[in-house]
Design a protein around this ligand. Structure first.
Ligand code: NDP
Ligand code: BG6
Length: 504
C-alpha cells in the first residue's frame, strides 16, 4: 500500500501535495489511537464502520501496538457478542482468518446511555486503561469518536464526550468527532445542530462525513479538471450545454421506510451527495490543495446557486412505497426527484445543472454527464448522430468515457458515435479501489478535512433546498407515482428535454 499521504500514478509517483498529505506531517503523532464507535450495535456500524476499520487494519494503517477500538451503545452485550455481530460483515469474516480474529481482539464494548454520565465515565475508564497499558503519557493520546447514531442524540453525546472523555491535556494528541448525515432537516435545524456541537468542539475537531466525497472518481474530479490542459478551456458556458448528476438505485426503501419517510430523496441524496459532486464539478481552481482553499471554492459555488423554480422540479414516489407499515398511508414523501440548479457566475450562467436521484428505478448507477454544445457550422449535420458527452461513472464499475463522433470505419464516408473509454477494471487491473468509508476514516486519523463538509458549506447547501423542502412538507408539491423498475416519472425526462438535454 502507498505510504500515508503519498500519491502514486501508475508507475510514476506523484509528489506529496500539501493537502493529500497529513496536515501535521512534520509533527510525528505519538500516543495511542482510540477509535470509539458510538452506536456500535447499529446498522451503519456493522455494515460500514467496522469493515472500513478492518480494511485499514489489514493494510497496516492501524498499528496493532497503538490502536484499540471501543464500541459503545445502550444494548447490553458482551465484547464477544459485538465481535460476533461484526464478524459476518468482514471480508472472509466467517472463515475465521487470523487477520479477522486479531482485528476483532482489538475491539471492546461498553454499554451505557447517551445522556448520563455513568456510561461515559465507564467509557473514559476503558479508553484510559488501554492508554496506560501502552505506557502512553497522559495527554498524548488520540481519541476519535465516530457517531454512528441518529442525529437526535448528537447534542447529548457531544456534551458527554466533552465532559468525560476528552484527551486529557493539550500537550499533544487530540479529540475528534465524526458525525454522519443527515445534519438537520432544513436550514434552521441544521444551524441549531451546528451551534450545539460548535459550542463544544472547534471546527477542526468536527468531521461531517459525506461518504460520496470518499468515492474514487469523486476524489478524481479535482485532478481531472485542474491537471489536464485539455479540459481547462472547455469547462464553461461557452462549450458545455448542460451537466447531469444522477443517482439511481434499483431497490426501494425496504427496511428503512421509517427513517426515509421523514427525510425523502432530496434530504437523503440530493442536498448532500449530489450537491457535493456539483461543487467539485463547478468550482473555480482553488489557490492550492489545502483543505481550506478547496472548501472556500465549494462554498462560493453553493452561494452562487439561484433559487430553485417550481417548474424546474419533478417529484415522484414509487408505487408500493406506502405498503411499508412504517410509512404513513398518506405519505407524499418523494422517493424520486429531478431539480434544475442554475449557477449565477461568469463560468456557468445559462448552463442547467440537472440533479436527479431515485429509489426503485431500473438500474443502480451514479454518474456525472457533461454534455457539450453542438459544433457551430457543422458540415456533417445531415449525418451527425449526437453531441459530445463526457461521462464519469462513479459506480458501479468506475469509468470515464467521452462520446465522440468518428468516421465509420470502411469505404463509406459516414459518421458514427464512439467512445474514448477509460474503464477502471480494464485499465487498472488488480488495483483494489478503497471503500469510501475507509479513506474518510483514514483522513480523520490524519487530520485532513478536505473531504469533509465545513459548517458554512453545510449552511449554504441547506439554503438552496430549504424553501423547496418546506413547500413539499406543507403539501404544496405533489409526488407523481411511478412504477418500481422504471425510469421514474415521464415528466422528469420531459423536463430534461425542456432544459436542453439531448439523448446521445
Ligand atoms: P441505527 O438506527 O441502526 O442506530 C444506531 C444505534 O443507535 C442503534 O443500534 C441504537 O443503539 C441507537 N439508537 C437507535 N435509535 C435511537 C434513538 N432514537 N435514540 C437513541 N439511540 C438510538 O442507525 P444506522 O446505524 O443506520 O445509522 C447511524 C447514522 O448513520 C444515522 O445518522 C444515519 O442517518 C447515518 N447513515 C446510515 C447509513 C446506513 O447505511 N445505515 C448510511 C448513511 C448514513 P442502542 O439502542 O444499542 O443504543
Ligand atoms: C446513503 C443514503 O447516504 O447513501 C441511502 O442514506 C443510499 O439511502 C446510500 O442508499 C447510497 O450509497 P452508495 O454508496 O451505495 O451509493
Amino acid at each position: 500500500a502507498a505510504a500515508l499521504g503519498e500519491w502514486h500514478c501508475e508507475k510514476r509517483p506523484f509528489a506529496k501535495s500539501e493537502s493529500f498529505a497529513n496536515n501535521n506531517e512534520n509533527v510525528p503523532e505519538t500516543g495511542c489511537l482510540s477509535i470509539i464507535v458510538l452506536g456500535a450495535s447499529g446498522d451503519l456500524a456493522k455494515k460500514k464502520t467496522f469493515p472500513a476499520l478492518f480494511n485499514l487494519y489489514r493494510q497496516g494503517f492501524l498499528q496493532l501496538n497503538d490502536v484499540h477500538i471501543v464500541g459503545y451503545a445502550r444494548t447490553k452485550i458482551s465484547d464477544d457478542d459485538l465481535r460476533d455481530r461484526i464478524r459476518g460483515y468482514l471480508p472472509n469474516g466467517d472463515n475465521g482468518t487470523e487477520d479477522v480474529e486479531n482485528f476483532l481482539l482489538l475491539i471492546k464494548y461498553v454499554s451505557g446511555s447517551y445522556d448520563a454520565p455513568e456510561g461515559f465515565q465507564a467509557l473514559d475508564k476503558a479508553i484510559s486503561e488501554h492508554e496506560f497499558s501502552k505506557n502512553s503519557t497522559e495527554g498524548s493520546s488520540r481519541r476519535l469518536f465516530y457517531l454512528a447514531l441518529p442525529p437526535s442524540v448528537y447534542p447529548p453525546v457531544c456534551r458527554m464526550i466533552k465532559s468525560y472523555c476528552m484527551n486529557k491535556s493539550d500537550l499533544g494528541g487530540w479529540t475528534r468527532v465524526v458525525v454522519e448525515k443527515p445534519f438537520g432537516k432544513d436550514l434552521e435545524s441544521a444551524e441549531e445542530l451546528s451551534s450545539q456541537i460548535g459550542e463544544l468542539f472547534e471546527e477542526p475537531q468536527i468531521y461531517r462525513i459525506d461518504h460520496y466525497l470518499g468515492k474514487e472518481l469523486v476524489q478524481n474530479l479535482l485532478v481531472l479538471r485542474f491537471a489536464n490542459r485539455l479540459f481547462l478551456p472547455l469547462w464553461n458556458r461557452d462549450n458545455i450545454a448542460n451537466v447531469q448528476i444522477v443517482f439511481r438505485e434499483d431497490f426501494g426503501t425496504e427496511g428503512r421506510g421509517g427513517y426515509f419517510d421523514q427525510y425523502g430523496i432530496i434530504r437523503d441524496i440530493i442536498q448532500n451527495h449530489l450537491l457535493q459532486v456539483l461543487c467539485l464539478v463547478a468550482m473555480e481552481k482553488p489557490v492550492s490543495l489545502k483543505p481550506e482553499h478547496i472548501r472556500d471554492e465549494k462554498v462560493k459555488v453553493l452561494q452562487s446557486v439561484l433559487p430553485i423554480k417550481d417548474e424546474e422540479v419533478v417529484l415522484g414516489q414509487y408505487e408500493g412505497y406506502k405498503d411499508d407499515p412504517t410509512v404513513p398511508d398518506n405519505s407524499n414523501t418523494p422517493t424520486f426527484a429531478t431539480a434544475i440548479l442554475h449557477i449565477h457566475n461568469e463560468r456557468w450562467e445559462g448552463v442547467p445543472f440537472i440533479l436527479k436521484a431515485g429509489k426503485a428505478l431500473n438500474s443502480r448507477k451514479a454518474e456525472i454527464r457533461v454534455q457539450f454544445k453542438d459544433v457551430p457550422g457543422d458540415i456533417f449535420r445531415c449525418q451527425k448522430q449526437g453531441r459530445n458527452e463526457f461521462v464519469i461513472r462513479l459506480q458501479p464499475s468506475e469509468a470515464m468515457y467521452m462520446k465522440l463522433t468518428v468516421k465509420q470505419p470502411g469505404l463509406e464516408m459516414s459518421t458514427a458515435q464512439s467512445e474514448l473509454d477509460l474503464s477502471y477494471t480494464q485499465r487498472y487491473q488488480g488495483v483494489a479501489i478503497p471503500e469510501a468509508y475507509e479513506r474518510l476514516i483514514l483522513d480523520t486519523i490524519k487530520g485532513d478535512q478536505q473531504h469533509f463538509v465545513r459548517r458554512d458549506e453545510l449552511k449554504a447547501a441547506w439554503e438552496i433546498f430549504t424553501p423547496l423542502l418546506h413547500r413539499i412538507d406543507n403539501g404544496e408539491f405533489k409526488s407523481l407515482q411511478y412504477k418500481p423498475g422504471s425510469r421514474g416519472p415521464a415528466e422528469a425526462d420531459q423536463l430534461l428535454e425542456k432544459v436542453g438535454y439531448v439523448q446521445t
